[in-house]
Ligand binder design. Structure first.
Ligand SMILES: NC(=O)c1ccc[n+]([C@@H]2O[C@H](COP(=O)([O-])OP(=O)(O)OC[C@H]3O[C@@H](n4cnc5c(N)ncnc54)[C@H](OP(=O)(O)O)[C@@H]3O)[C@@H](O)[C@H]2O)c1
Length: 289
């Protein structure tokens, strides 16, 4: 574990000996990877040396996505802001399954921390093929009761944090790669108390459609993934069983989404089959909207 000692936010990385060896191999193999894939498939991440950054992947949708991408052959950088034990646990699970991963603590709302997150990823695995801007928080209240702190924090993490991540992705993702940012079906449901949160998620739809145009000449596909209600603390914390049941009733498939449902949909966008889906908001929500 290394600790940053300058004035930047404290940031930790942890790599096992095994992942360091694997990372060294990946970096040396990295240069040829994407070019090889692009030539064979007409655009898409390399199958030899693929790597992915997933922000907010200590738990929930991000952790499921990190595990899924690792299973698909990506070397993954897992990220957290607080729960370092959980992030380290996701890395251990990936390694136990034969994959490669490191974890980096970085607050996505801080541009310099995000730059260092990507620097750490490149040190371990080379330039990323895939970036998932997943880190997010949710604070709910009617307009009349929303506090300045909750509003500011949500915009700092969700709107600015995603922007910080997408800006680094735009600079660093390899040609033919994929970028996915996490939106939400709440932009369509528009339920009371969700106003500012929904606004931060609508921003993701705009980011994806405009960034897709900016990166088109590099054959990078950029999309927003819009889950419905997913069984994670972000959704369930603070809700009564009756409130949760109400959302389940409105979902034609009759259950909450699981993090793996969203991870599977994201993995589809990141696969070679997903190359032509570009600049879209993709709804994965069991039909709730
Ligand atoms: N769950 C749903 O129903 C749902 C529906 C639609 C969209 N979404 C979106 O999906 C994404 C993931 O949500 P989730 O339900 O999986 O949430 P979650 O279980 O609460 O996990 C959130 C993740 O984000 C990380 N995070 C929070 N603030 C961060 C920051 N400032 N910098 C870096 N990482 C940070 C957390 O890290 P720590 O563990 O260190 O705090 C955690 O890994 C969010 O963008 C959310 O808006 C969720």
């Amino acid at each position: 574990m290394t600790e940053n000692t300058d004035q930047e936010p404290v940031r930790y990385t942890m790599m096992s000996r095994r992942s360091m060896l694997a990372a060294a191999a990946a970096v040396s193999a990295g240069a040829a990877g994407v070019a090889g894939f692009a030539a064979a498939q007409g655009g898409g991440p390399s199958s030899n040396s693929m790597s992915a950054v997933v922000t907010g992947s200590s738990r929930g949708i991000g952790a499921a996505t990190a595990r899924r991408l690792a299973r698909d052959g990506y070397a993954v950088t897992v990220n957290c802001v607080v729960r370092r034990d959980l992030a380290a646990g996701v890395v251990r699970e990936i390694e136990a399954a034969g994959g490669r991963a490191v974890w980096v603590q970085a607050d996505v709302s801080d541009p310099s921390a995000v730059r260092k997150l990507f620097d750490e990823h490149e040190r371990a695995f080379g330039r990323p093929d895939v970036v998932i801007a997943n880190a997010g928080i949710m604070r709910l209240a009617p307009f009349a009761a929303m506090t300045d702190d909750d509003f500011d924090h949500m915009f700092a993490v969700n709107a600015k944090g995603s922007f910080n991540t997408l800006r680094e992705a735009a600079r660093r993702v390899r040609d033919g790669g994929r970028i996915v940012t996490l939106s939400s079906s709440i932009t369509q449901l528009r339920s009371p108390t969700y106003g500012p949160y929904a606004a931060t998620k609508m921003a993701q739809d705009m980011y994806a459609s405009i960034l897709a145009k900016e990166l088109g000449d590099r054959r990078i596909s950029v999309n927003a993934m819009a889950p419905g209600v997913v069984n994670t603390p972000l959704f369930t914390d603070g809700k009564s069983p009756e409130q949760i049941a109400g959302f389940v009733e409105r979902t034609p498939h009759g259950r909450l989404g699981e993090p793996t449902d969203i991870a599977d949909a994201i993995a589809g966008l990141c696969s070679s089959d997903g190359a032509w889906v570009n600049g879209q908001t993709v709804f994965a929500n069991g039909g709730i909207v």
